[in-house]
Design a protein around this ligand. Sequence first.
Ligand code: CP3
Length: 346
Amino acid sequence: MAQNKTILRALAGEVQDVPPIWMMRQAGRYLPEYRATRAQAGDFLSLCYNSELAAEVTLQPIRRYGFDAAILFADILLVPQALGADLWFVTGEGPRLSTVTTQADFDALKPAADIHDRLNPIYETVRLLSHALPAETTLIGFAGAPWTVATYMIAGRGTPDQGPAHALRQENRALFEALLERITEATIDYLSMQIDAGAEVVKIFDSWAGSLKGADFQTYAVDPCRRIVSALKERHPSIPIIGFAREAGDAYVGFAKATGVDCVALDSAVDPEWAAAHVQVDGCVQGNLASSHMVTGGQDLIDDTRAIVKAFSKGPHIFNLGHGITPDADPENVQLMIDTVRSTRR
Ligand code: CP3
């Protein structure tokens, strides 16, 4: 039953003795069972589009650790691919895409309504998971935020400063905004289909929100997020939504009210005491342990984990890392983090 799920209770604003836990990238290369299934699938994208195997890797960290939530195994760059961009991954380097920098590139993209043929296997993964997960585990769907997805579509790859996307915004604002609009429409439809298939929560990843400053943060991070949230809540009034505006800094303050998200995911750059006073006052927060602790472990991991649990103990909190776990992490440190969270007196 929904109200027995600890993640849904936190998202509804309940303060719990022990915060529920999950971890960004919890299905990933640090786990030997993930590497084995990925090898079976062939490569990363084949794994994303193979519903049975994608469901299997989603379940692996649930079996191993008993996390309170499972996050759909997929990628934020599947939406650009469904819009018609070429997408491939270069081992050891990351994603590559065909670029959108001219009107002709934009005109070659598909309408948002045409993404579902390509994305149907993802909805099937969600359906499989909604039947396979333990009764107490919450299923989280996700998509990238329009700005973050656009940075990859414009540059054709990950960039340290999102320079190509900022340049297009300045040189051809109409084209830049048309691209954001197309991604926004596709994202609303994509998340809505995940919810129809059984996702109980959705999360919007704006991993590069931190490079938008001042009025641009409002226009290109807050406004698209608010549009996605209000469209989803119109179609699915009770769906809780988590917003992750990574490296937003002071702009985390007021983000929940401005966008309508039910929970603000915090990176590890923000001090938990500060975030409790200025962000958690508006509702549930998620985060914010540094993922480097999953590599280094030891007493520092225990101390920082306890400090975060205590700092957020007076309000609704979902324990998580501040960003995804990295491939060099030690699976035993994940267990140490979980044991520490569950044994810390609030
Ligand atoms: O959290 C989860 O476990 C759910 C699955 C998930 C993945 N990517 C799987 C993945 C989610 C939510 C994402 C989001 C994602 N993807 C983001 C936003 C969040 C963030 O981390 O900032 C971004 C920017 C991407 C784009 C992307 N996908 C990059 C830059 C890379 C390469 C990075 C790398 O470490 O090689 C990916 C690949 C990717 N997505 C992997 C996984 C498990 C590693 C792929 C592999 O097995 O080789």
